[in-house]
Design a protein around this ligand. Sequence first.
Ligand SMILES: Nc1ncnc2c1ncn2[C@@H]1O[C@H](COP(=O)(O)OP(=O)(O)OP(=O)(O)O)[C@@H](O)[C@H]1O
Ligand SMILES: Cc1ncc(CO)c(N)n1
Length: 328
Amino acid sequence: MFGKHLLGWAFNPQKCDNTFADWYYFCELGWAKIWAKQNLFLELTHIMTNFHSSQIPIAMTIAGSDSGGGAGIQADLRTFAFHCVHGTNVLTCITAQNTQGVTRVDAMSPESVTAQFESVMIDMRIGAIKTGMLLNQEIIKTVAKKLVAFGFGNVVVDPVMVSRTGAQLIDDEAIKTMRDVLIPLAAISTPNRYEAQILANMDIHTLEDMQTAAQNIYKLGTRSVLVKGGGMTGDLKAVDVWFDGDRLEVLQTEVIDTNHTHGTGCTLSAAIAANLALGKPRFQAVQEAKNYVTEALKYALAIGKGQGPVGHFFRQFKDEMQHLEIFA
Ligand SMILES: Nc1ncnc2c1ncn2[C@@H]1O[C@H](COP(=O)(O)OP(=O)(O)OP(=O)(O)O)[C@@H](O)[C@H]1O
Ligand SMILES: Cc1ncc(CO)c(N)n1
């Protein structure tokens, strides 16, 4: 394309939109250089096309919008970008939300969810998908149906049902559908403490409880499960439990002393999906994602009157914004 453009310009300079640099190039360097430049463009176009089709990892988030920008698709897309993974998104609902809570939720129609999903899937090679807030039974069923129709198995299901503070976010019917229909399609499910209590049908207070819950949830059909500890107390806040039918692992990092934990769960599942899209094995994808969340928590942003979001782009913040004292 660039080559053709340059050729057109060379034969008819008035009709093409060229820069002064190109004009100078034409006058000063002569035809031989023009042809060299054209060939360089052709070469670059070739490289870009090849890069496009085979090397750029792509992930998808099927989730809700958070107007405050800390959780939901906003957190997911930032997380994908951090991992140099192109992010696509299927919007399920729009929340009016800030660092203090959610004041309104509007659901997208199942038809819209289907159209968004199909539009992306028929055009791009998606490496991994994560699901977040799916809100109601109809949307959960729609997503499950589409995953089956496209035979897509590399899915991280973050079963957003109960907030970390224990508030139920979706109705009982939707919870049942999540457990019976979507969790069995997951490569990895990532319930928080309260979601794990519902899915495993037990109370969770100790590390042993988290381990038992992980094993119970595995029986629902998910290929592996990570029970997250953010809703626990003390050191267990930074402990997650992994079970894949074979390995039972405890993943522990340091506890970060901050109130600004909004969107940790979204960020974790998006980072897992990004790592899967990068071709990493499941357990490694989870380990690296947990380390990413821990680092992002260290640079959590003290914005708003409530719980601020984690600092997804801590690498840039570390160097450029330290002096602003915005961190938790
Ligand atoms: N204070 C903390 N220090 C270190 N790690 C934490 C802390 N709080 C949460 N985490 C980690 O963050 C990840 C997300 O877990 P969490 O239980 O907070 O998910 P969630 O409740 O789904 O989050 P969300 O707030 O997005 O709903 C887990 O790996 C958890 O261990
Ligand atoms: C849109 C959205 N998805 C997920 C969560 C859970 O953190 C949230 N608060 N908001």
